[in-house]
Design a protein around this ligand. Structure first.
Ligand code: GLU
Length: 478
């Protein structure tokens, strides 16, 4: 049997990280078994239609490296892959389910259904229309009386199944209601469409969030009534912001695209969310997609809610940035470097190189390099550094020497600057720090900088470096 999994998002206009994780597990599981991963768009709730929302789904999966084998924009043998294009199919199967006794027509008016509201405000349908005769139903249909089709849930008994993560699940049928399968607009509800589609699309493993754990017995009733084989169910634990709150769009911390625009790499996000609810046996953390495919296993999926750990995601992202090649980082960091005051003033490649190993997320870039443009009068006490054995007197002595050494250079690259400053230390019998610390402070007017004197001089260039050293010498002599 070929494994087939599906990701079935509703087009809401944004990709929730929880949805992204479901898609990822569907992808990993299918690929590990040499199977197919299918994308299906669940858009039967027309009131929630959002322009461009489907494109967000395509692009997020693409960016996340989850290439589906079949889907609306890909085609495949089991289409259409958009539920609103499958209306006739659902109606046909709903009618068949009515024939088989698993569902029934309901002609009750909204008012009648409302009148069933109990003291807690809940409406529970009373199976009134289940008892209509064949003739009454036929007559109503001919007269065009609006109707819905409801599921006929047994009044007694227990529905049970084995979930691959949560184990034995049993739900008393009297806790379930005769929910609507086909709405009065002729479109199916999720409760019906998921069953028909998963069956017709040959889905073998249904992977989705725990919110469906206890409604699955309803779906199984339908599989059984149709005589269809039930899929394997794999429900996934929720992703929490903290002990009590779910990660949600409302807190602005759940949208995949927001993370990307903050400067997280899609691969790092995907790697991180893989770990939200699953741990590989060898406890690896940084993994390529291929490694995740190899290591994924259902017994490593946890039942407990996963807590989203921002610090860990940042760390992992930093690891991905460090591992990038310089040119690739130069390119992807461009939009962030553009936000800095320094943009266009210095060699972008040198700046990118300086940053690559010193940030965790790219949104840190502007503040990390803005200081290069904030040069001006500074507190000369910064020349004091106990460990480096320097102070203002030392700076007064060495800065003119640094000035001359740099001024003498024809080529102002990293190696030449490095050699010039270090040989100055050797020749004049200073400690390296006694040259490098004053030079760094003089060049930047800061005592904390990403990179030391050599990197700073290289980025600033010869002319600006000399101007700043001169400025500092004057400041010291004031
Ligand atoms: N459209 C459903 C959702 O977005 C899909 C659930 C499922 O995978 O069956 O929650």
């Amino acid at each position: 049997m070929k494994v087939r999994t599906r990701f079935a998002p509703s087009p809401t206009g944004f990709m929730h990280l929880g949805g992204m994780r479901t898609a990822l597990y569907c992808y990993l599981f299918a690929k590990q078994h040499g199977g197919d991963f299918i994308l299906r768009i669940e858009d039967t709730d027309q009131e929630r239609y959002v322009e461009g929302a489907v494109e967000v789904i395509y692009s997020s999966l693409k960016e996340g490296g989850m290439d589906y084998d079949e889907g609306p924009d890909k085609g495949g043998d089991y289409g259409p892959y958009v539920q609103s294009e499958r209306k006739e199919i659902y109606l046909k199967y709903a009618k068949e389910l009515v024939e088989r006794g698993g569902a029934y027509y309901c002609f009750c008016t909204k008012e009648r259904v409302e009148s069933l509201r109990d003291e807690n405000g809940n409406v529970r349908y009373d199976k009134h229309c289940l008892h209509l005769t064949k003739e009454e139903i036929q007559k109503n249909l001919e007269l065009g009386v609006p109707y819905v089709i409801r599921q006929n849930i047994p009044e007694h008994g227990v529905g049970s199944y084995e979930d691959a993560v949560y184990g034995h699940i049993a739900v008393d049928y009297n806790e379930l209601e005769d929910g609507i399968l086909i709405k009065s607009d002729g479109l199916p509800t999720y409760n019906f469409a998921n069953v028909v589609d998963d069956h017709l699309m040959g889905i073998t493993h249904v992977i989705r969030g725990t919110e469906y754990l206890s409604s699955t017995p309803k779906y199984n009733l339908m599989y059984d009534a149709f005589g269809w084989e039930r899929p394997v169910y794999i429900h996934l634990p929720p992703i929490m912001k903290d002990a009590t709150r779910k990660l949600s769009k409302r807190y602005g911390d759940a949208n995949f695209d927001d993370f990307v625009s903050k400067g997280y790499l899609p691969e790092a996000i995907v790697n991180y969310i893989a770990l939200l609810g699953w741990a590989p046996k060898d406890n690896s953390e940084k993994m390529t997609m291929q490694e995740m495919i190899e290591k994924f296993s259902l017994d490593g999926v946890s039942k407990s809610p996963a807590i989203f750990d921002d610090v860990k995601l940042r760390w992992l992202n930093g690891e991905y940035l460090k591992a990038m090649d310089d040119e690739a980082f130069y390119r992807i960091s461009e939009p962030f470097r553009k936000q800095s005051k320094t943009y266009g003033k210095y060699d972008g490649r040198l700046i990118a190189k300086l940053l690559k190993t010193r940030i965790e997320i790219m949104s840190e870039i502007p503040e990390k390099i803005d200081f290069l443009e904030e040069y001006g009068e500074f507190d000369v006490n910064m020349f004091y550094h106990k460990k480096m054995k320097t102070d203002t007197e030392m700076a007064k002595t060495v800065l003119p020497l640094v000035y001359d050494a740099l001024n003498a250079l024809d080529s102002f690259d990293h190696q030449s600057i490095h050699d010039a400053l270090l040989s100055l230390a050797t020749e004049k019998q200073f400690k390296n720090g006694q040259i490098l610390w004053p030079a760094r402070v003089a060049l930047t007017a800061k005592d904390v900088t990403p990179g030391g004197a050599v990197e700073m001089a290289e980025i600033l260039g010869k002319e600006e470096s000399l101007r700043r050293i001169k400025f500092s010498m004057d400041l010291l002599n004031k």
